[in-house]
Design a protein around this ligand. Structure first.
Ligand code: HEM
Length: 245
């Protein structure tokens, strides 16, 4: 096939309303010109990172709306928007798989193009790390405190599958899906550059493993421990076998 011909077609004319509305001329110019790509995998590498940034922009924007709805105790809106956030986080994690089609050698060639760049500088990731605490504040202030509720009450002693409980579970799911992204990213590093090697920022495995220990909403994980210990106290450390009927 005539590459130059198809490269031109890929750009589009930029004159249709579809192209104007989506600003495709600017969007499709966000990647390196084909002639400057260092190998056949670099376009994918750039696009996956760019798409990840767009999903993180959408997630951050949606979390701001969720915060407003938490303050209004508008639970249906909170849950619908959390569904969007959860799906976007799943997409982010699934997309990492695309980069597993890149060989370790091709990554090393791409790495030479990255300068001092590191995922730690990702604007989307950095803003997301700052959002959970204010979200928890809004949840606490508008779902727990007004009715004298606590995490223990909504999960255990006064459990009724209440609005506070389902919102808490949506927060827990956000935390869990963020961890899954981080875990799959660690696997991607394992597969691409190895976990023992040094990166520009030091030993990547240590940095990333520290991230894996971060819990946005520790109260929501701790309650599970407390419940298992409290309920477990009824049967001690070991349960009796059920035995013959
Ligand atoms: C083959 C592909 C990839 C490799 C080899 C890789 C490698 C690394 C390494 C070694 C680090 C540790 C910091 C450093 O040394 O720079 C890191 C951090 C990071 N990377 Fe990647 N990465 C890849 C793809 C991605 C993608 C697609 C994203 C999408 C968002 C991403 C987001 C991040 C983030 C947010 C951090 C900071 C993590 C934290 O501070 O906990 N990486 N990456």
């Amino acid at each position: 096939m005539d590459r130059e011909h198809f490269y031109r077609l890929m750009k589009g004319e930029g004159t249709f309303d579809y192209e104007r509305y989506l600003n495709t001329p600017a969007l499709l110019a966000c990647q390196k010109p084909f002639a400057q790509l260092c190998n056949g995998d670099e376009l994918q590498f750039q696009i996956v990172h760019q798409v990840e940034e767009l999903w993180m922009k959408l997630i951050a924007y949606t979390l701001l709306d969720i915060d407003d709805y938490l303050q209004q105790q508008n639970t249906p809106r909170v849950l619908t928007l959390f569904r969007r956030v959860h799906l976007a986080l799943r997409l982010m994690t699934d997309q990492l798989g695309l980069l597993e089609t890149m060989s370790p050698k091709e990554y090393q060639e791409i790495r030479l193009q990255l300068g001092q760049g590191s995922g730690q500088e990702s604007p989307g990731f950095r803003v997301l790390l700052k959002m959970p605490y204010p979200l928890w504040e809004s949840f606490s202030k508008h779902y727990l405190e007004p009715s004298g509720l606590t995490v223990e009450k909504i999960y255990n002693s006064e459990y009724s599958h209440s609005a506070a409980y389902v919102v808490a579970e949506a927060l827990a799911e956000f935390d869990e899906l963020f961890q899954k992204f981080r875990y799959h990213h660690l696997q991607l590093i394992h597969r691409t550059i190895g976990l023992g090697a040094k990166s520009l920022k030091g030993r990547p495995v240590e940095l990333i493993e520290n991230g894996l220990k971060v819990q946005f909403f520790p109260q929501l994980w701790e309650i599970r421990n407390q419940m298992t210990d409290a309920w477990g106290a009824r049967y001690g450390v070991r349960r009796e076998p059920i035995g013959e009927p």
